[in-house]
Design a protein around this ligand. Structure first.
Ligand code: ADP
Ligand code: MG
Length: 257
């Protein structure tokens, strides 16, 4: 079966740094696929390439059968590929609800997906409220986004990306810097979305989170795929233990607590 997303033999260098070398990663439709690897192994670069924020030096990206190599971010978005960023990109001086209404405006290009939804106004607000309730932050709708805790911001980012009804969501460190009880909550929400049909590709350092949630895990090391398979196999793969040896659990570029 054709993968929902596929990066095929992708290479990317930044100056002298080879961020990705001949890297093939597949995301099966309906899966929660994990992407792990030490800091600097190329995970965020792969996200940026899939979603059109960086161009490849070589290789291709496919959404189903459609080649989308080097397509701009709007194209990936229009094809139902949603993403969050390692450092959240919500608007700190807008309220939580206002952030959601901004997302609703961007959704215009995907409105064909849900023709009953009308632009602006009540329908957008209702959908926004629904998603804030789903993620568990509806009580903060009127608060400025920068008053949220780090974990709550991650939940707002998730709610934000869901406004577009994406088919596949790329999450960059959804549990990074988040307290343990909220991590449980985030994990459960992702599981619920997956059960109702949303596919995920998730970069995350928290191994319990990854191993508990993902059907498949791909491991990057120095821009190369060193292993790919079900979590119970990956967990004990010597190449994986090798790749993580000498690295800490903590992320250098993790945001403040
Ligand atoms: P990860 O997300 O796995 O920590 P990244 O994809 O962010 O890794 O980075 C992979 C490598 O590419 C690192 O060595 C990083 O410093 C480098 N890199 C990433 N983006 C850029 C950029 N825009 N300019 C220069 N170097 C970059
Ligand atoms: Mg990263």
């Amino acid at each position: 079966m054709t993968a929902l997303l596929r990066a095929e033999r992708v290479s990317k260098a930044f100056g002298g740094v080879q961020a990705l070398s001949d890297c093939t990663v597949e995301v099966a439709r309906g899966s929660i696929t994990g992407l792990i690897g030490p800091n600097g192994s190329g995970k965020t670069t792969l996200f940026n390439i899939i979603t059109g924020y960086e161009r490849v030096d070589a290789g291709d990206v496919y959404a189903g059968d459609r080649k989308i190599t080097n397509a701009p971010p709007e194209r990936a978005f229009a094809l139902g590929i949603g993403r969050t960023f390692q450092l959240t990109r919500i608007f700190p001086r807008l309220t939580v609800m206002e952030n959601m209404l901004v997302a609703a405006q961007h959704r215009g290009v995907r409105r064909w997906h849900n023709p009953l939804a009308r632009a602006g106004g009540q329908a957008d607000r209702r959908r926004a409220t629904e998603l804030l309730e789903f993620t568990g932050i509806a009580g903060h709708a009127k608060a400025l986004a920068d008053t949220l805790s780090y974990g709550q911001r991650k939940l707002l980012e998730l709610a934000y990306v869901l406004v577009a009804d994406p088919e596949v969501v790329l999450l960059d460190e959804p549990a990074g810097g988040v307290n343990p009880s909220l991590i449980q909550h985030i994990s459960a929400r992702i599981g619920a979305l997956n059960a109702s049909g949303t596919t995920f590709l998730i970069v995350e350092h928290n191994m319990d989170f990854v191993m508990g949630l993902c059907d498949r895990v791909t491991v990057l090391d120095y821009g190369t795929v060193v292993a790919s398979g079900p979590p119970e196999i990956i967990r004990n793969d010597p190449r994986v233990l090798d790749a993580y040896l000498g690295t800490t659990e903590e992320d250098d570029d993790a945001p403040d607590p």
